[in-house]
Design a protein around this ligand. Sequence first.
Ligand code: ATP
Ligand code: MG
Length: 697
Amino acid sequence: MPDVADALRTGLRDPLDGLDPEQRAAASAARGPVCVLAGAGTGKTRTITHRIAYLVRQGHVVPSQVLAVTFTARAAGELRTRLRRLGVEGAQARTFHAAALRQLRYFWPRVVGDAPWELLDRQKLRLVGHAATTLDLPTGTEVLRDLAAEIEWAKASLVGPEDYPAVAARLHRQVGQPAEKVARLYEAYERIKTDRRLLDFDDLLLHTTAALEDHRGVAEEFRDRYRCFVVDEYQDVTPAQQRLLDAWLGGRDDVTVVGDANQTIYSFGGASPRPLLDFTRRYPDATVVRLERDYRSTPQVVGLANRVIGAARGRPAGSRLALVGQRADGPEPSFAEHPDEASEAGAVAARARELIDAGTDPAEIAVLFRVNAQSETYEQALSDFGIPYVVRGGERFFAREEIRQAMSALRTAASRENGAEPERPLVPAVRGVLARVGLTAQPPPGGAARERWNGLHALVELAEELAATTDGAGLSRYVGELEQRAAAQHPPEVGGVTLASLHAAKGLEWDAVFLVGLAEGTLPIQHASDDDAIEEERRLFYVGVTRAREHLALSWSLSRTPGGRPHRGRSRFLHGLVPDEHPASRVRAERGAGRKPGCRVCGAPLSSTMDIKLGRCGRCPADVDHDLLTRLKEWRVERARELNVPPFVVFTDATLRAIAEQRPTDERALVAISGIGATKLDRFGAEVLAVVHSTGS
Ligand code: ATP
Ligand code: MG
């Protein structure tokens, strides 16, 4: 048993330790197709890292033959960290794009020649704009962004410009421009890009796939090198990524996929949970494991998560299993409504401060929102409370201006070293260089400056780490390590509260999570118009809820700016979740849900106030209960006399008529009648219901 001897020698644990029986079954399955289909926090990611360790320990593969892919840079970093903790060094864990980029760099000379290329990143919108002007298309930033996203969708879906109009028509794609024009723009964009020797992110996948599919030598070399593939978050695979995965596999079946169809949050970008759900059809002999125990979150958080996803509809929903919380009890999730965003952010920052003062590490706290534009208000509020923060988990760390400057200064300093013995120890040397690009001894107060400082300081911490682990490491070695991290999009840990979009939070977890901005128009987002889009927004909410280990706070605000008119209802997804919620506010949430009230007789949308009140259109027959109407009027006269007000102040004729037509039998049905709000319900609800009940139909 060489693995045990090995384990004893290295002091490493058995890779199957710390797994429950189902996780173990997946981790220790023989080489070949494995599929783990399970909800959030059930240990999917843990299972695959342990599986990799197990296969390595058993001698089935060597780490360098393993390629694990996931969808965000931070999630890939998390995979690497967990693998390292399990004693696996040298396995690749990357995003699809980062893996493709690396492979393409390597194989490019062989498939294309020496013609160099560059990655198109920030300039993309400008290039789309350039293509748009040649076609007489509008060039406003918003429009261009939509068009660029549509081109991305087409490429991720493996739809070329020539096929675009037909596919767009079939799938009812709506981008506000005629499909023919979009196709021509797409074509022009591709042409300009090729002329300038640029590749966009989608090209990385497409070109790498082509290199493997069309060049035998490339495919052989690649397949000889990589033998074992693992995909995390497989529910969000796009056709382009699937095709690349197929090219990697080249007909082999050594692939482990894990995912949760109820966390599909990129279908707007072409992703689909279908490959996950159809995995066993493709590999009939696959080992399939389902997990239900939630190890991440308290039963309180798990209970809320189950209710959120319990309301979902559609195919992904069909695969859901109720999660069973395994942790000890924790606090109930909290719900809070605020007049405006600034007060919401202030309350979040104040609560974060309390948690930190009570001992929570800021890095174990996250504020998650639907769109990045929401970030700024929270950055401000956190810095007002002196709380360090990182935006978007530092994913774009190496693209940040101050980090680029720092890298360039460090490179220059390293080249001066030029192979000679370092003049001074690494850490002071790095500090010296970074001081020239603005690193101060103490962190400055305030938002952006503080964030810059945190970034530069993280570089110092990396130097400290390297100095502690490698004797005599100099600047060149250090810069080499930084370059490697940059290429792998593996940013250093930057301490502080994470501010991230819900999309970027996938796969991650924190002790305390604030889900903010839960208002109609933000979540679900304004442009989510059809049922599919709404369901995707609901899944996004589910992803958010399931990031919390212990503390979960949900909040929304009624208006954007202080003193602004309250115009936003809280999110429809909160319906039925808020404890003690007043039936009146529940109905308002439903009304705000964009569903136009319809005629209860014929179903046609209602527009006039009177029709809405009666719940039917004027053309449809009235079915008023005259007996009830008479009794209601008698009751109203009495009540008005008691209160010394005119009868219409109690209820208008129209409202009484609506009650007499609809015969509400409980509070919910009663407040569904417009004109009956929380106050009226409190004052008269019980009496009206008593009148209805006592007047048998
Ligand atoms: P997501 O769907 O959000 O990606 P996941 O299914 O990948 O979630 P993990 O991140 O692997 O879940 O695990 C969630 C948490 O539970 C982690 O902190 C992990 O270490 C812990 N965990 C998983 N399985 C076990 C177990 N058997 N015993 C103890 N802790 C576990
Ligand atoms: Mg995971």
